[in-house]
Design a protein around this ligand. Structure first.
Ligand code: ZN
Length: 488
């Protein structure tokens, strides 16, 4: 046999070996538990009534604005007063504090002072409802009709606030005392970044030296049909959250009259710099969270996907290419940089002496604000541009990836199994921002989940028109929190 023949045979043998290993790994994936039915309407009876509490909260137009002076403070005060009437046992048994004007903090003392507390979060502000006439039911009607609670905030996220307090109210009625101390932290300005709500609560808890075992805030849905490769709904528990940064890219020119332009202008330089940023996306990376997601979703996937997900050592390139294909999956594997605002001169016939672009950056775990600015600076330098942080002090570093083995995650997983038996619980990267950034130093592990079955259509109503939640879904949410609190 000549050496070239030997080389071919060795190569084929290696290929066969690699194939066998991959298939063996895919096949050895633990079997998924059998598909189960969602809780029936009868099983959800225990949470009957949460929908009326939710509807009452929806009727308060607690819209938050970046200009706090624009806010309807009476609506916020009325909502806070409503809670006392809706949940009398909670208000008799728990310690309620108003932290500034924009937050409520409830403390439910646990039986065992040696255990680190847990924090359950929600927010009671909402985004405005544009185009009110186009809504099927007016946005602040809180109508309960056709099996739904209608209105702004019914999904985002008065439903979790109502569910947490509803669950506590029920448990108090049976004399339940949690083992560990529980805090319910509700902010009133999440939709405008949460500085005076969750920000104030985070600072207050840190001041008290409180370090929670875990915190649960709004986040991923129990995704219904959003991941077509999975054989069942997936409860996407956010264990990581991307960072946030606005970067200003600037070009300088000579200004002057546009009738005699130089060969290069500030506007032209800026345009080339922005095009270069789009042409050079940051490198793709499979984070610890994404690897855990793929690993855990494998048992619920068809064989071909299992082959990919269980063999990242071989197929990570392929997985990265597949994830790069759509904006939503692309955002899971890289720091994204989106040019959002462009500014040149203020007049048609005047050359810009400064041209400026805002680039909105969402930072992947493991990356940082500093590295982003450095990277963008290198990309735009050849075009005579500079990159700098647009607003000092307003960058948010990505939050650390929380453990999927810690007791908090396991408690969420088992509460999900009891309230959404039809779904599988998997860790996920949450690519939007939440209040959790304000609790970075207060909780060991941070999880983000909105325990509602949501389709793509439901999610489009969040911040959109005809926001609504089905009565069954609201009750499932309340059952989830009851199971969770019981297990703590
Ligand atoms: Zn929200």
């Amino acid at each position: 046999m000549d050496p070239s023949e030997l080389a071919v045979m060795a190569f084929v043998a290696l290929l066969v070996f690699v194939c066998l290993i991959s298939i063996a790994r895919a096949a050895s994936t633990r079997r998924a538990p059998p598909l189960r039915q969602p809780l029936s309407a009868r099983e959800l009876e225990t949470a009957s009534g949460v929908e009326t509490a939710l509807a009452a909260l929806v009727r308060r137009p607690t819209v938050s604005w970046f200009d706090y002076g624009r806010t309807d403070k009476a609506a916020f005060e009325a909502l806070k007063a409503d809670l006392v009437g809706l949940f009398p046992r909670v208000h008799a048994a728990l310690n309620r504090r108003e932290i500034g004007d924009w937050a409520l903090l409830y403390e439910w003392k646990g039986g065992d002072a040696g255990l680190a507390p847990a924090i359950l979060c929600a927010h009671f502000d909402v985004v405005p409802a544009d185009d009110e006439e186009a809504w099927t039911h007016p946005p602040f009607s809180g109508d309960i009709a056709e099996g739904f609670v209608w209105g702004r905030g019914s999904q985002d996220v008065k439903v979790t606030l109502a569910s947490i307090l509803f669950a506590a109210e029920r448990l108090l009625a049976e004399g339940f005392v949690p083992r560990r101390t529980l805090y319910f932290a509700f902010g009133g300005d999440e939709e405008v970044g949460g500085p005076l709500g969750a920000g104030a609560v985070g600072a207050f808890l840190a001041d008290q030296g409180i370090r929670a075992a875990f915190l649960l805030d709004e986040g991923g849905p129990v995704a219904d049909g959003l991941m077509p490769f999975a054989d069942r709904p997936l409860a996407l528990v956010g264990v990581a959250e991307k960072g946030y940064l606005d970067v200003a890219v600037e070009a300088s020119g000579s200004g002057g009259h546009a009738s005699m332009p130089p060969r290069r202008t500030a506007a032209g330089d800026l345009a080339r710099a922005v095009a270069a940023i789009e042409a050079r996306p940051s490198p793709a990376r499979l984070t610890k969270t994404l690897r855990a997601f793929l690993e855990q979703v494998a048992p619920y996937s068809s064989l071909s996907y299992r082959l990919l997900f269980r063999n990242l050592w071989l197929f990570s390139g392929l997985v990265k290419a597949a994830f790069s294909a759509t904006p939503s999956s692309n955002a899971l594997i890289r720091t994204t940089a989106a040019p959002t605002m462009l500014q040149g001169s203020a007049k048609e016939n005047v050359l810009a002496d400064k041209a400026r672009a805002n680039v909105n950056v969402r930072i992947l775990s493991g990356d940082s604000c500093g590295r982003v600015i450095e990277r963008l600076g290198r990309i735009v330098a050849p075009f005579g541009c500079i990159a700098r942080q647009a607003y000092e002090g307003l960058g948010v570093e990505p939050l650390p990836e929380s453990s999927v083995e810690a007791e908090g995650y396991l408690a969420v997983e088992s509460a999900l199994a009891a309230s959404f038996p039809e779904a599988a619980c998997v860790p996920f990267l949450f690519s939007a921002g939440t209040d959790t950034k304000h609790y970075r130093y207060v909780a060991e592990n941070i999880y983000r989940l909105t325990p509602l079955r949501q389709t793509a259509g439901d999610l489009a109503q969040v911040h959109g028109r005809d926001e609504r939640v089905s009565v069954d879904n609201a009750r499932r949410c309340a059952v989830f929190y009851e199971k969770l609190i019981r297990s703590l």
